[in-house]
Design a protein around this ligand. Structure first.
Ligand SMILES: Cc1cc2nc3c(=O)[nH]c(=O)nc-3n(C[C@H](O)[C@H](O)[C@H](O)COP(=O)(O)O)c2cc1C
Length: 227
């Protein structure tokens, strides 16, 4: 990779050192990397992440979704509550979320537990979305087989007629999930392949190697991993 491939936020030979982390709380670091990704003109959907879930039969599946919020208690995304991902979360709420910001050569991995947000939060967000998106969410039984594209268009037209131009679109079986992380890993790629990986996690009772495991803030510990 040449320096011109990297966003202006990073120099080619910037290493990622523990002492450079101003606040040793992964939410703080995540927000600062996310802000840099948002401000990078080369990155279009900096909030997109790959969400991995596991089925009742232990079969993993992954897809991209858009993060809508990052708060102190986690990361939120919205989806159809009847979709494959939602069914898998229902049977196993453990999920993994991976962000990759190519021009910054950075990856963030999050592991945590997903729970539904309140109906009020889902309803408020649903009605903030463009009307066409609201209608599409009603029309689409996400992840179910359908006969054709025309089938969807027909349903969409019927909903439009039923609701009318000024009617309120009712919230379908759709809403948000909050992923409450117990692990964040920050990866920064280097040209010499000696990439940097720093993992924040909740402490474990057998964390006795204080040379490798360091105390972070707000109950987190962190450690460096071999790339
Ligand atoms: C960049 C990107 C962002 C997406 N964002 C969402 C999203 O926020 N919510 C959603 O339900 N699907 C989103 N999708 C579609 C999903 O990847 C997926 O096709 C859909 O949710 C059905 O997944 P499932 O059958 O595994 O439940 C997005 C796709 C892409 C490529």
């Amino acid at each position: 990779m040449t320096a011109t491939n990297l966003s202006s936020f990073r120099n080619e030979d910037d290493v990622f050192l523990e002492e450079d982390i101003a606040v040793k709380d992964p939410y703080h670091l995540f927000k600062s990397w996310l802000n840099e990704a948002c401000e990078s003109p080369e990155i279009r959907e900096s909030n997109a992440f790959c969400l991995a879930t596991v089925s009742r039969d232990n079969i993993p599946s992954a897809r991209f979704v858009l993060m809508k919020n990052v708060e102190v208690d986690g990361v939120t995304f919205f989806t159809n509550y009847g979709s494959r991902k939602a069914q898998e979360i229902e049977s196993n709420p453990n999920v993994a979320a991976t962000f990759y910001w190519v021009p910054l050569h950075r990856q963030v991995r999050i592991e945590g537990v997903a729970t539904k947000v309140s109906r009020k939060v889902s309803e408020e967000y649903f009605h903030q979305r463009p009307r066409a998106s609201q209608i599409s969410a009603v029309a689409s039984a996400q992840s179910q087989p359908i006969p054709s594209r025309d089938h969807l268009t027909k349903i969409e037209n019927e909903i439009n007629e039923n609701v009318g131009p000024d009617g309120v679109v009712s919230l379908p079986n759709w809403g948000g999930y909050l992923i409450k992380p117990h692990l964040f890993e920050f990866w920064q790629g280097q040209t010499n392949r000696l990439h940097d990986r720093i993992r924040f996690r909740q402490p474990k009772p057998d964390d006795d190697n204080k040379d490798l495991v360091h105390d972070g803030e707000n109950g987190w510990v962190f450690e460096r991993l071999a790339p």
